[in-house]
Design a protein. Structure first.
Length: 546
């Protein structure tokens, strides 16, 4: 079905949305989906998550005024529709390009972006900060956090809910429940949400009971005024104990996240509640694109037509190499276990998880827990491999230091996407790990130059080391040329073309170095040495090379 962007092109301010009728809103939602599919397929970015929040965004913009009210999108990868409808339609073809729109909310980009996000589980804390500041300053605005059910497994989100419930501050927490983070959600909280989704009849039950009570002769209206107590009783009857209510949050929902009318009705109800509210919205990740609905993990992030291949040399990427390497090693040792904080597909661990389900632990978006869980298992004689992205693992700095390094535990960390990642912006660059890891006691940090080297390094880290080991590597597959010409000298692989200059390299930059040096007109000769172990750095060995 081809729909022209006739309504979408006319939206130069979110206030215009409030003038549209129901039919126009439904048409606009379809236009937005087609627009997203077209542009994200070309530029790359987060597709499935944005397709799932179209109606929710429309309802929010129709019910609130975000030139005054505050909204924080957790992670922020689902905010494309919000960007389009808050004056950035004409710029959207620049998203995730240099000097273009960010793929995440950015305060400096637009007045409607109130808080920068990029990592998970931060929205409730920030929105509570806005709410508390409004109370102290006497400001009159609503404060809203939009958080996915996957992000709610993060400890920081639970800490913030605990504070919000006890404070009584006016904050609306919208739980966007699509059963997914990057991979499918796991754990007790996911199971709890599943039970809540199965009790959809609750939403209408409270109103039916209220009307029934009002019809009771003489005492009906008196009882009806005690609706708060009645509401709590009905919730407990149908929901087997309300976690959020016990925390001090007024729970509303679940509600269909693709029905704008129902969303608007419940949002207006939430606006009238004093104190913290949690609104449970059920959405479908990838809504409107059959492939994304059936494979939301695959369509969580798409590369786009203009992207270079990450492994043009034909080698498997580092991510693709890790899973098979661990699977082979796990056949040798039954003590190897793998822990992933919700990024198993991106780290190439799906096949391992299927072959060894009893030795694979997806702990959800909970990097701190993942590290200390590994520490406990290491104390019990297992060899844990904690696999995540570099930018996410920095959230567990204290656990790596306190719970692993200070006890000199044999835990292996594989940091995918180390270094400059590119299109997702500063929140996703893996450029800080080496800086903070270098000063941790007893740790070893290794950077393989290509994906083939990753296999041997992983084997050595598991069977030869007895200390904390970090293996960091970028997207792609790394160097190929260097391995064809290198020979060993004092334990280092070197590539000799002369002795004018010695160049030390680590990680996947060797091909680029060779290309640059071969074109350098002022160099008659050079030698490149491949340094794999960065921490501790072998100063004596390097001096021997020079």
């Amino acid at each position: 079905m081809i729909i022209e962007e006739s309504i979408l092109k006319s939206i130069n301010s979110p206030e215009i949305l409030k003038t549209l009728d129901r039919k126009q809103i439904e048409t606009l939602a379809e236009e937005i989906r087609l627009f997203l599919i077209k542009h994200v397929s070309e530029n790359g970015g987060h597709l499935a998550s944005n397709l799932g929040t179209v109606e929710l965004t429309l309802a929010l913009l129709r019910c609130f005024d975000f030139s005054n009210d505050r909204i924080v999108w957790d992670v922020g990868h689902q905010s494309y529709t919000y960007k389009i409808l808050t004056g950035r339609f004409e710029q959207f073809n620049t998203i995730r390009k240099r000097n273009g729109l960010s793929g995440f909310p950015k305060r400096k980009e637009n007045k409607y972006d109130h808080f920068n996000t990029g990592h998970s589980s931060t929205s409730i804390s920030a929105a509570l900060g806005f709410a508390r500041a409004a109370r102290l300053s006497g400001s009159n605005h609503y404060s809203i956090a939009v958080i996915g059910d996957g992000a709610l497994t993060g400890g920081m989100a639970l800490e913030a809910m605990n504070d919000a419930g006890a404070s009584g501050d006016n904050i609306i927490i919208i739980l966007n429940d699509n059963e997914m983070s990057i991979s499918r959600n796991v754990g007790g909280i996911a199971a709890y949400f599943s039970r809540l989704r199965s009790l959809r009849l609750y939403s209408g039950t409270n109103e039916k009971v209220r009307r029934f009570v009002e019809r009771i002769p003489i005492i009906g209206k008196w009882l009806s005024k005690r609706v708060h107590n009645l509401k709590s009783a009905v919730k407990y009857l149908f929901s087997q104990g309300m976690l959020f209510e016990e925390m001090g949050l007024s729970y509303m929902g679940p509600v269909n996240g693709h029905d704008v009318r129902k969303l608007e009705n419940i949002l207006y109800d939430a606006k009238n509640v004093k104190g913290p509210v949690l609104l449970h919205v059920v959405t479908k990740k990838g809504r409107g694109l059959a492939e994304a609905e059936s494979e939301p993990e695959k369509y969580h992030g798409v590369k786009g037509n203009g992207y270079e291949k990450s492994n043009p040399n034909g080698l498997l990427s580092f991510s693709e190499t890790l899973g098979p390497a661990l699977t082979e090693l796990a056949e040798v040792s039954t003590n190897i276990v793998v822990i992933s904080p919700a990024v198993a597909p991106g780290c190439g661990l799906v096949d391992f998880s299927r072959k060894y389900p009893d030795r694979f632990f997806d702990v959800g978006i909970a990097e701190q827990h993942a590290v200390t869980l590994a520490a406990g298992m290491a104390c019990s004689g297992f060899i844990p491999v904690v696999s995540s992205y570099s930018t996410f693992m920095q959230r567990a700095y204290d656990q790596i230091l306190h719970d692993v390094c200070l006890m000199n535990l044999h835990v292996i960390f594989t940091l995918d996407r180390a270094g400059i990642v590119g299109y997702d912006g500063e929140t996703h660059q893996g450029i800080y790990d080496l800086a903070y890891l270098a000063h941790m006691p007893g740790i070893k940090v290794i950077a393989p130059s290509d994906s083939n080297k990753l296999k041997s390094i992983m084997s050595s880290a598991i069977f030869s080391e007895k200390c904390p080991v970090v293996i960091r590597y970028p997207k792609g597959s790394g160097s190929t040329t260097f391995t064809e010409f290198a020979h060993l000298c004092n334990g280092y692989r070197i590539f000799e073309k002369g002795n004018d200059i010695l160049v030390l390299s680590y990680g996947g930059m060797l091909d680029k170095l060779l290309e640059y040096l071969s074109e350098a007109k002022d160099l008659a000769g050079y030698t490149i040495s491949d340094i794999e172990t960065l921490v501790p750095l072998d100063i004596e060995g390097i001096e021997k090379l020079s």
